[in-house]
Design a protein around this ligand. Structure first.
Ligand code: PGA
Length: 254
């Protein structure tokens, strides 16, 4: 795991966009794993700008999002389908038939989860997985638990996540309690992973994920075992990482 310290949100977003753009230029038919939430907005904004400037071509790229709320249709404004449309898909030349998210309206969640894993496998797996991190250390909707979920699954949102996501909904009661989330199998099999963390409310999660033991109680800690994971942290999110780890600006943990 590489931990890369950057100054602020802008620097984190730029560094992430350079990694994603480099991946697409090197392999135009890349399979990208994508995340939602506030953290990757700067990354998506830059990718859209670079596309508009003729510097990037998404025409052969395939994308798989990490998750979708159960019970929200793709047209629901708070669905992750709608989020991706708004912030990326509608602004670049991604081919709609190659942009995948779990179907939150599927009658049979288990079957949908199996189909989603099969689609990822049929695409050859993820080349580059983009991740945010929850304040409780979750990645995707892999919440703290007593085991790591390997496959795509029905996820029950923790109270902390429901509270964190309430800012996007009119009322706390409107936040869905369940989602379909990719599991750790697809994430750990990705050729490369980039986790983004910004702001003081992520400092504890970053510290536990990067410096603590590998445990399903801190789902992101599993990335310590990934062969090519980069954690991009800004100064606020890195606040609890010990001083001695910071001198190089880039450290190897394992
Ligand atoms: P955020 O969410 O980017 O909105 O902070 C991250 C996450 O919960 O994974």
């Amino acid at each position: 795991m590489d931990v890369v310290f950057v100054e602020d949100y802008e620097a984190m977003s730029r560094r992430a966009a350079e990694i994603v753009a480099g991946q697409i230029r090197q392999k135009p038919d890349s399979v990208l794993g994508l995340a939602t939430g506030s953290t990757p907005l700067g990354l998506y904004h830059l990718l859209c700008r670079w596309y508009a400037a003729g510097r990037l071509d998404f025409s052969a790229v395939t994308t798989f999002n990490l998750d979708e709320y159960i019970g929200l249709s793709p047209t629901h404004p708070q669905s992750y389908h709608a989020f991706m449309q708004k912030h990326l898909f509608s602004k670049v030349n991604l081919c709609p038939v190659r942009c995948f998210l779990p179907d939150g309206m599927a009658g049979d969640v288990l079957a949908e989860a199996g189909r989603y894993d099969a689609r990822i496998e049929a695409a050859g797996g993820i080349d580059l997985q983009v991740l945010g991190i929850g304040r409780n250390g979750h990645i995707g909707f892999n919440e703290p638990d007593d085991h790591f979920a390997v496959r795509t699954h029905r996820a029950y949102l923790s109270d902390d996540t429901i509270k964190a996501n309430a800012r996007f909904f009119p009322r706390l009661a409107d936040v869905p309690r369940e989602a379909i989330s990719v599991g750790m199998g697809a994430i750990m099999k990705a050729q490369r992973v980039v986790l983004l963390a910004s702001g003081p409310d992520k400092a504890e999660a970053v510290h536990r994920a990067v410096c603590g033991v590998v445990t399903p109680r801190v789902p992101a800690s599993i990335l310590q075992l990934h062969r090519a994971a980069t954690v991009l942290v800004d100064a606020d999110a890195a606040a609890l990482v010990p001083e001695k780890w910071r001198h190089a600006g880039r450290i190897h943990i394992g």
